[in-house]
Design a protein around this ligand. Structure first.
Ligand code: PHE
Length: 453
């Protein structure tokens, strides 16, 4: 397919909202708050912001350059620029990683959907012990969570198989503003609670005594996950960017939206938690065990508001997850569609079938069949570990080296300046970052993970 035949996003807004949709997900509304809670609040946020600025934005620009230059699925994009050298592996790795992520991410997304319906039907009303039992019973059921996860993959399939403009772009233009409105509504409700000030203070008053190398590296890992770096997702979306899209400008806008939403998610959760005396460092269970009870207690005087907030909260989580699963699905869909010369719907169907199988296995491994494990970790944990801790940082590391050292500088300069149509004054700075700063930063994550620093 030639570049002129290939469809692009229809507008600048479409580019930004679809790509921000990929970035904004459970990483922002679930992972960011519990990591912030765990690592001392504002001090963690400051380091996180530094990571986004110094490593995240240059990393995004690198994937954009590869994708927009080649205007193909991720595997072909890297293959074209790699000229038959082993660098081409990065693209295939990205396709593989995104499918694995979709496998376990859909399980948590399915829980969000189930909680949305449970809160609509007022089934989450009860004390802390009740909510905790509710989660244990639900997640160990052999059928229900797997079914919700499959439903989530099927919803994603419907959007992706409609194509770039009619599916992904339209959905993003609808879902992203809706997500923002819901978020602001819950933030306002949460910040108006008595005692909410302590939560706001926790988020914005840095306590540097909690900082250590581990916190720094966790912030870095979170920045990568949140920006969807290292999965070829940004590369695939950039292949649909028009010739006039300013790559660096788009990266900055997307990073800003992603960070703003993560901080708003903190402002939604911490004030409510502090207002009922819950310390928000309860880890991943925060959203499914701690929060339903927090909402119930916080709004005990006005149960109608408590009901609405809880329903909207799980609607928000489901929307955030959906905009991300769409992007993960699109990587595989574009790959099978273009590489196997299938129709787009055919490509999407292959991804959906593969992901349904993986997501059912992940779901079972979390609850009903703990025997589905590798090296002592459940399959779900395993997928999470291999992707977030190994494959994503590795692909981001290789992409920075590839763009910084291997591909011709002219390609980079042309992509950054749109073939000289404006002054990309930051080109040298960008190259310094991807050649040296980013690879060293990512190397530090690895060494830390393997206990070497
Ligand atoms: N960035 C998404 C989030 O924050 C997760 C994601 C990872 C999406 C990789 C696409 C690819 O939840």
């Amino acid at each position: 397919m030639s570049r002129s035949e290939r469809i692009n996003f229809g507008s600048r807004l479409g580019v930004v909202l679809a790509t921000a949709g990929s970035a904004v997900g459970l990483g922002n509304v679930w992972r960011f708050p519990f990591m912030t809670g765990h690592n001392g609040g504002a001090a963690f946020i400051l380091i996180y912001l530094g990571c986004i600025l110094l490593l995240g934005i240059p990393g995004m620009i690198s994937e954009f350059i590869v994708g927009r230059h080649s205007a193909s699925n991720a595997a072909r994009s890297y293959r074209r620029l790699a000229n038959g050298t082993p660098w081409m592996v990065i693209g295939y790795m990205g396709v593989f990683t995104s499918m694995l992520i979709l496998g376990f991410y859909a399980v948590v997304a399915g829980w969000c959907l189930q909680y949305l319906f449970a809160s609509l039907a007022e089934k989450l009303q009860g004390d802390a012990a009740f909510v905790s039992r509710y989660f244990a019973d639900f997640s160990s059921d052999p059928v229900k969570p797997a079914l919700w996860a499959v439903v989530f993959v099927l919803i994603t399939h419907v959007v992706v198989s409609r194509g770039i403009r009619d599916g992904i772009e339209k959905a993003s233009k609808l879902l992203m503003p809706l997500l923002f409105v819901l978020l602001v509504f819950i933030v306002v409700a949460s910040c108006m609670l008595p005692g909410a000030g302590k939560g706001v203070e926790f988020l914005f008053k840095p306590d540097f005594s909690k900082l250590n190398t581990g916190v720094f590296l966790e912030a870095l890992g979170q920045a990568f996950f949140s920006l969807s770096l290292g999965t070829a997702c940004l590369c695939t979306y950039a292949s649909y960017f028009g010739r006039r899209t300013n790559l660096a400008g788009a990266a900055v806008q997307i990073a800003l939206i992603d960070t703003l939403i993560a901080i708003l998610a903190g402002l939604m959760i911490f004030p409510a938690a502090f207002s009922v005396g819950v310390h928000p460092d309860s880890g991943p269970s925060l959203i499914f065990i701690t929060l339903p009870n927090v909402f119930r207690e916080a709004f005990i005087g006005v149960p109608a508001v408590g009901y609405v907030v809880s329903v909207l909260f799980y609607a928000l989580m489901s929307l955030a997850a959906l905009t991300s699963t769409i992007s993960m699905h699109e990587i595989g869909t574009a790959f099978f569609h273009e590489e196997l010369k299938l129709s787009r719907r055919g490509g999407a169907a292959i991804v959906t079938v593969l992901c349904c199988v993986m997501t059912v296995l992940c779901s079972l491994s979390f609850g009903a069949c703990p025997g589905l494990s590798v090296a002592g970790r459940s399959l779900m944990d395993c997928f999470d570990y291999i992707t977030a801790q190994v494959l994503m940082p590795l692909a981001a590391f290789l992409t920075c080296l590839f763009v910084g050292w291997y591909i011709p500088r002219k390609v980079v300069a042309d992509e950054l300046s749109n073939h000289g149509s404006y002054d990309a004054w930051y080109t040298g700075l960008y190259l310094y970052s991807v050649r040296i700063v980013c690879p060293l930063g990512i190397l530090a994550i690895f060494l830390h993970q393997f206990g070497l620093i």
